[in-house]
Write a protein that binds this ligand. Structure first.
Ligand code: 13P
Ligand code: SF4
Length: 352
């Protein structure tokens, strides 16, 4: 592996990026990717994406960079340039295991910050630093300190959808994929669970541990209702309903399966429902449809405006300029790292 200190000084911005065009070389280099995407993306759209895909692939190698993409990224990113992809838990695990010197995180800010917390010596880039999250915005480190004063001795679990400052104040982090397991791992009768109220209500329905909740919500998932689910079932008889646990309780009560974004992808791969509706962000269905052309996707969806800030031109610009670098105060990072690493330990040894 290269010396990262050196790497940070050697990697100068690339002064004049080459003009991007759909040349025969680009067509040849990207043809295998487009063959996988052609049933979900018109060729005219691919002609715009392909030059970026080819240039990003080239520059990744030159920079010793790896692209991690969340399941909500658009197909040209998810299938076109990502080296690794997954839900928040998978991204955190992959970030903790990579040998690459540079990580480009295609997702929202807290995901990139988690990657930096786990890799303080590496360069972690986010193509748009304004890619936020309504859950991460809903709580501060000072709020967590106040809750600890109010409930002395009660352990604090925070969803990874939080800032480094909030992670630093908690005992352990969780994601939607491991929240029940993390809460139960503490061996406490009562746990403060922050900040997603709906995920907290779902976890409370799966465990005997008493949860003290916060009023944070995901702006994307809170828009769905149980009435919506009943309408989808009426409109598409036999449709299998998969829902993310950030949805309100009446949605989850109507769903056939509740799980993280990767949990939903796994459900489709393992069970091959004929018709499915994913109650979550729009790009999920697009990405899963690429792998499963035989499955019919009903697509009511809700766009995450933060995830959608990440685009191919911004990823390319990130690699050219080595911007925008994620920096976390070393003391905050060290305390947050303990909470994230403690989470990663839960479930180790079970092949996850
Ligand atoms: P997952 O961990 O299930 O991918 O969820 C992350 C997220 O932001 C969902 O809105
Ligand atoms: Fe945050 Fe919701 Fe967007 Fe996920 S979908 S990043 S929880 S706002």
């Amino acid at each position: 592996m290269q010396n990262t200190a050196m790497l940070n000084t050697v990697m100068e911005p690339i002064a004049s990026p080459p003009a991007l065009a759909y040349t025969p070389a680009v067509a040849e280099a990207t043809a295998p990717i487009y063959r996988r995407l052609e049933h979900v993306m018109p060729e005219i759209e691919w002609l715009v994406h392909a030059p970026y895909v080819a240039e990003i692939q080239r520059l990744k190698e030159e920079r010793g960079a790896i692209v991690l993409a969340h399941n909500y990224q658009t197909p040209e990113i998810f299938h076109g340039v990502a080296d690794l992809s997954g839900d928040s838990l998978a991204l955190a695990r992959q970030a903790s295991e990579t040998d690459a010197d540079v990580i480009v995180l295609c997702g929202v800010h807290f995901m990139a910050e988690t990657a930096k917390i786990l890799n303080p010596e590496k360069t972690v880039l986010i193509p748009d630093p304004k890619a936020g999250c309504s859950l991460a915005e809903s709580i501060t480190g000072a709020d967590v300190r106040l809750l600890r004063e109010r409930y002395p001795g009660v352990p604090v679990v925070t969803y990874v959808n939080t800032s480094a400052e909030v992670k630093a104040e908690c005992d352990i982090c969780c994601t939607s994929a491991n929240a029940v397991e993390v809460v139960e791992s503490l061996g406490s009768d009562r746990v403060i669970f922050l900040p997603d109220e709906y995920l907290g209500q779902y976890v409370a329905s799966q465990t005997d541990v008493e949860l003290i909740l916060w009023h944070g919500h995901c702006e994307v998932h809170e828009r769905f209702s149980g009435e919506d689910v009943r309408r989808y079932r009426q409109g598409t008889p036999g449709v299998v309903v998969l829902a993310h646990p950030e949805c309100p309780q009446d949605v989850l009560a109507e769903a056939d399966y509740v799980g993280s974004t990767s949990g939903m992808i796994g459900y489709v791969g393992d069970r091959r429902p004929r018709r499915v509706v994913m109650i979550t962000e729009c790009s999920m269905s697009d990405n899963v449809a690429v792998e499963h052309p035989d499955v019919e996707f009903v697509r009511p969806c809700s766009l995450c405006p933060h995830m959608k800030r990440i685009t191919l031109p911004k990823i390319l610009s990130s690699l050219q300029t080595m911007e925008h670098r994620i920096e976390v105060d070393p003391d905050v990072a060290a305390r947050a790292r303990r909470a994230v690493e403690r989470m990663l330990e839960v479930g180790r040894g079970k092949g996850r």
